[in-house]
Design a protein around this ligand. Structure first.
Ligand code: SAM
Length: 225
């Protein structure tokens, strides 16, 4: 592709990114930090090169290994729940997937730690983070056990559907930390926020979503899927 047409396609992608942000506003996402992060992070870089034109549609998209990059609205919704309760600090994401959610959190100024259980996805995301110069710490393993050496975390976000809140993750929340986690059955889950205040835990429930399963020692059993 020539320099001019490359520039043109970059401009087109930027236009599509702005349209995506307008769509998010239409859904009621109004937090400025969240919207700015969506304007800043080029979602198409977290997409398969063959599907670039779909990168700014408001849909989930397959990333291989039976997993998906979440719908922009879902990412924006979860990020809003987090930022309204936890303005800054260390955030642990479970389920790196494409790396897009982690990049959004990074753009918002959090110190981001992320765990992925599928080796190929972990390696792909790690390579992409370093190519983009993003200082996101990522690790391969079972995220339901958290990241003990880096705990406590001000925020924990689980981007896969869980049957319950994993105990080790609750233990790794800071004294005023909060966790955003979809909890429910294998086909649909209710977005849940668990906020810690000292030794007390408060639970709030929000709308229904449908996530791929959180598979691990404190999540779904591998053999179920
Ligand atoms: N946050 C991702 C993004 O921005 O692309 C999308 C996440 S995708 C919906 C869910 C991810 O959670 C998948 O990549 C899956 O492999 C991962 N996952 C499921 N169980 C996990 C576990 N126990 N530990 C770490 N990752 C897990």
């Amino acid at each position: 592709m020539g320099v001019l047409s490359m520039k043109k396609s970059e401009q087109l992608l930027e236009l599509r990114r702005r349209e995506m942000v307008e769509t998010l506003k239409g859904y009621g996402i109004v937090n400025r930090r969240v919207l700015d992060a969506f304007l800043e992070v080029p979602r198409h870089l977290f997409f398969d090169a063959a599907a670039l034109e779909l990168a700014y549609n408001d849909g989930a998209y397959p990333i291989g290994f039976g997993q998906t990059i979440s719908q922009p609205y879902t990412v924006a919704y979860m990020t809003t729940l987090l930022v309204e309760r936890c303005f800054s600090g260390k955030v642990l994401e479970i389920g790196t997937g494409s790396g897009f959610q982690a990049a959004i959190l990074d753009a918002m100024g959090y110190a981001v730690f992320t765990v992925e259980r599928i080796a190929e996805l972990y390696e792909r995301a790690e390579t992409l983070f370093s190519r983009l110069g993003l200082h996101i710490a990522c690790r391969f393993g079972d995220g339901t056990l958290g990241w003990k050496d880096e705990a406590p975390f001000d925020g924990i976000m689980i981007t896969a559907g869980s049957p319950k809140e994993p105990e080790p993750l609750l233990d790794q929340l800071s004294r005023n930390g909060c966790m955003v986690i979809p909890i429910g059955g294998s086909s649909s889950q209710q977005m849940t926020v668990i906020s810690r205040s000292g030794n007390d835990l408060r639970k709030e429930v929000f709308q229904q979503f449908s996530f791929v399963p959180l598979v691990g020692k404190e999540g779904w059993n591998d053999s179920v899927f």
